[in-house]
Design a protein around this ligand. Structure first.
Ligand SMILES: [Zn+2]
Ligand SMILES: [Zn+2]
Length: 185
């Protein structure tokens, strides 16, 4: 396979097979990019960090690439234009993916960035966690309060229904009760 990144620079560079924790991926020794066939990416992400760092060190001395001058890449496997997506929605890492063969291309250094990003994301900040719990509790209390107000208002409606000015009103109330009953409330 020809490197999709080098191709955009008018160069032909063959990808070479290397193994990360027993998973074969294709690397470019010119630009330091890595090609993952379908599902290989997920497997490598959960591979041992020391293996990933080893591959990373192999590609360290490759050409630097200015990501701000990024262009659309062709899938090295099936030639289709790949689309870029933001890894995990919140990272600042943009990777190329082929819709057709589901392969993934990542540029130099991005694998390590992804590993570091996942590492950070897995560390729960106890302060943030406590703040979320407080907020959740607040929402629960507010909800209970509203529920109580709703039931109180039904009771008031019920009082009015016992002294009906309109028969239809009593019927509406009856249907609300049977609705609540069906819901198990
Ligand atoms: Zn390349
Ligand atoms: Zn493809």
């Amino acid at each position: 396979m020809i490197c999709p990144r080098c191709k955009t620079l008018g160069e032909k560079s063959d990808l070479q097979k290397v193994s990360i924790s027993g998973i074969e991926v294709d690397i470019c020794q010119e630009c330091g990019g890595i090609w993952f066939d379908k599902q290989e990416f997920g497997q490598v992400i959960s591979a041992s960090q020391s293996d990933i760092k080893h591959i990373h060190s192999l590609l360290e001395n490759t050409r630097e690439f200015d990501k701000t001058k990024d262009v659309e890449l062709e899938c090295p496997k099936c030639g289709q234009l790949m689309f870029k997506y933001r890894y995990m929605y919140t990272s600042n890492i943009y990777i190329d993916s082929c819709e057709k063969c589901e392969g993934i291309w990542i540029d130099k250094g991005e694998l390590l960035q992804i590993i570091e990003y996942l590492d950070q994301a897995s560390k729960v900040d106890p302060e943030k966690e406590a703040a979320v719990l407080v907020k959740l509790n607040q929402i629960k209390l507010e909800y209970q309060q509203r529920e109580k107000e709703f039931i109180d208002s039904l009771v008031r409606l019920d009082d009015r229904a016992k002294n009906p000015t309109s028969k239809a009103f009593g019927e509406v109330l009856q249907s609300i009760y049977s609705f609540l009953y069906k819901k198990g409330l």
